[in-house]
Design a protein around this ligand. Structure first.
Ligand SMILES: [Zn+2]
Ligand SMILES: [Zn+2]
Length: 235
């Protein structure tokens, strides 16, 4: 849809907060619902999900990445926005989600210089169905916030399986994503993809299985430092 058509749509269907239905001049979520998000203040262990208050992984020090999650999936605003984006295909919902993630990451004691941003990819089948990769939309705005490069095609999802949210068992979730991801075959020849530091972005993490799998691929491609960030962490 072009800009004029978008403007016309706003006149015909004025924007409403996706969470509470309040009329909005623009955007997808009202200030009050946004304030209700209650962002996390710590990072988490990528293996067991325990908070890492001092930022040091004491419980599972061999985990090859640090996990971050801006908020809890039980939070109504986060959950509603993620649903609107993934299942309602409302692309505008990526904006407040990316903002929440960027503000969360900004308050962690991390020097973000030298990082590139890489979204967790979706399969061709899912792309056909949804029309876009929701994590790439979030990653794009996140990268712009920090002024760091967004490499949206660095990872690819070569194998299509059922969504992680439909796999109840933790071990099965690891099995369900095993071997599904790869570095893009052409990535090695592109400039800027020899990064040693990556911020990996996904919308939701539950068991951390997708992060473990994708971070493993990045590690074997020579990436040394990985922050795996999800907008919301489900337990
Ligand atoms: Zn609202
Ligand atoms: Zn742990």
């Amino acid at each position: 849809m072009n800009m004029d058509a978008g403007f016309l749509m706003d006149l015909i269907f004025p924007a409403e907060c996706l969470v509470c239905g309040t009329r909005l001049a623009r955007g997808t979520v009202c200030g009050e619902c946004r304030l209700g998000i209650a962002p996390h203040r710590t990072a988490f262990c990528g293996t067991c999900g325990a908070p890492l208050p001092g930022f040091r992984n004491i419980c599972h020090p061999d985990t090859p990445y640090i996990m971050g999650a801006a908020g809890d999936y039980r939070n109504e605003t986060l959950r509603t926005l993620i649903h609107a984006l993934k299942f309602g295909r409302i692309k505008g919902a990526a904006v407040p989600l990316a903002d929440v993630l960027a503000h969360y990451f900004a308050q962690l004691p991390i020097d973000h210089r030298g990082f590139i941003v890489v979204p967790v990819p979706i399969s061709k089948e899912r792309m056909r169905e949804r029309g876009f990769n929701q994590s790439a939309l979030i990653a794009e705005r996140f990268a712009r916030f920090f002024g760091i490069p967004h490499e949206k095609d660095l990872l690819v999802r070569a194998v299509h399986r059922r969504p992680q949210s439909e796999v109840p068992d933790r071990d099965e979730r690891h099995e369900n994503v095993r071997g599904c991801y790869a570095i893009h075959p052409r990535a090695e020849r592109r400039p800027g993809t020899d990064a040693r530091k990556v911020v990996l972005i996904d919308d939701v993490t539950t068991s951390g299985a997708t992060f473990a799998e994708t971070a493993g691929i990045l590690r074997s491609a020579g990436v040394r430092k990985i922050f795996a960030l999800a907008v919301a962490k489900a337990v």
